[in-house]
Design a protein around this ligand. Structure first.
Ligand code: OSB
Ligand code: MG
Length: 368
């Protein structure tokens, strides 16, 4: 494959409802889309970095610079045979996994289109449909949270994740459990706690949560292993897992029993598949996380979720939960059974709407 042009497009869209985590509130998203071209053929990717360096060090601005100055020059007008070779090309660039993933996933989409295959098929996915859960942010009060949960459960979503932080944890989970005794429920702390808070997690054990996601420091493995020894609820790692080496170490020391997979955080499909395969061989299930993506990133997540060891419902939900109008055609819809059908058309299997994208574009640059 030879790439002769890369295009970066920055778009801006308000969220239907603000999304609050332990690190802050997001009202609107600024998203960088990547197009890679080989002649007239195109592949699409999305930078999943946030507007702020609070989830990880990356932001959409840093990704733009890193793609433009360091990634694109290594990819443009160069022949490569295997998509797994791409990571060798940019091995000298340390970190910046979301910038890398945006380009890498676009290359995979291009390759899938060229071969007339769906992305899922090219990746070796085996699931015709994926199971969907939702991630519900911190709310103004518990009543609002209960209403939201009720809506999502009635829509068919199979697992509810609520965000927690100190002051919005045990009492909130207790209230949710009182109203929804049987739903699959989990909490995501986005690193809001330390080992000194072990009592909070011991109290949470009582509510049979499916898992507790990233309770401790965003780069930690060791303390998570210590916490896991002291609590029954399985720990799931998100922020701490950047590559297959992190996953190997985490599993080896017992820092997690489940892994949240995000294409951006791990640098793309190639690394995601390595983590997937390792976890599978160790009996560790994975599920696909989300980063408030537009349709492009969302559909990449659907393809990834079709791999066999994505055994738990992911944070892959309908377009309309986030956007008044998404940038793909059709929009992502979830069945009343809480599933999304994995598309079988070439590449993403959804059509990016150029018209819609142009309407929300703030910045555009062609690299060649
Ligand atoms: O920790 O999983 C997370 C959103 C932004 C940053 C981090 C996270 C999230 C979510 C939302 O939980 C998942 C989604 O619905 O896209
Ligand atoms: Mg998380």
């Amino acid at each position: 494959m030879r790439i002769d042009r890369i295009e970066l497009t920055q778009i801006h869209m308000p969220l239907v409802h603000f999304f609050e985590t332990s690190f802050g509130r997001t009202y609107e998203r600024t998203i960088v889309l990547v197009r890679v071209y080989s002649g007239e053929e195109v592949g699409w990717g999305e930078v999943t970095a946030g507007e702020t360096p609070f989830y990880s060090h990356e932001t959409y601005d840093t990704a733009w610079i890193v793609i433009k100055k360091f990634i694109a020059p290594r990819i443009l007008n160069r022949e490569f045979e295997n998509l797994d070779d791409v990571s060798d090309i940019w091995r000298p660039i340390r970190g910046h996994n979301m910038a890398k993933a945006a380009v890498e996933t676009a290359l995979w989409e291009l390759e899938a289109r060229r071969r007339g295959l769906s992305l899922s098929r090219l990746l070796g996915g085996t699931r015709p449909e994926i199971e969907c859960g939702v991630s519900i942010g911190i709310q103004e009060n518990v009543f609002t949270l209960l209403k939201k949960i009720e809506t999502e459960v009635h829509s068919g979503y199979r697992r509810i994740k609520i965000k927690i932080k100190p002051g919005w944890d045990v009492s909130v989970v207790a209230e949710v459990r009182k109203h929804f005794p049987r739903i699959l429920l989990m909490g995501d702390a986005n690193s809001a706690y330390t080992l000194a808070d072990v009592e909070v997690f011991k109290r949470l054990d009582e509510f049979h949560l499916m898992m507790i996601e990233q309770p401790l420091h965003w780069n930690d493995l060791l303390d998570h292993a210590e916490l896991q020894r002291q609590i029954k609820t399985p720990i799931c790692l998100d922020e701490s897992i950047h590559d297959v080496e992190d996953a190997r170490k985490a599993i080896e020391i017992g820092a997690c029993q489940i892994i949240n997979m995000k294409l951006g955080r791990v640098g793309g499909y190639s690394e995601a598949r390595k983590i997937h395969d390792l976890a599978q061989s160790k009996g560790i299930p994975v599920w696909c996380g989300g980063m408030l993506e537009s349709g492009i990133g969302r559909v990449h997540n659907i393809a990834l979720s079709s791999l066999a060891n994505f055994k738990l419902p992911g944070d892959v939900s309908a377009s309309l939960r986030y956007w008044k109008q998404d940038i793909i055609d059709p929009e992502v819809e979830v069945s009343p059974r809480g599933t999304i059908t994995v598309p079988t058309g070439p590449g993403l299997g959804y059509r990016p709407s150029i018209e819609r994208i142009e309407k929300v574009t703030e910045r555009h640059e062609v690299l060649q």
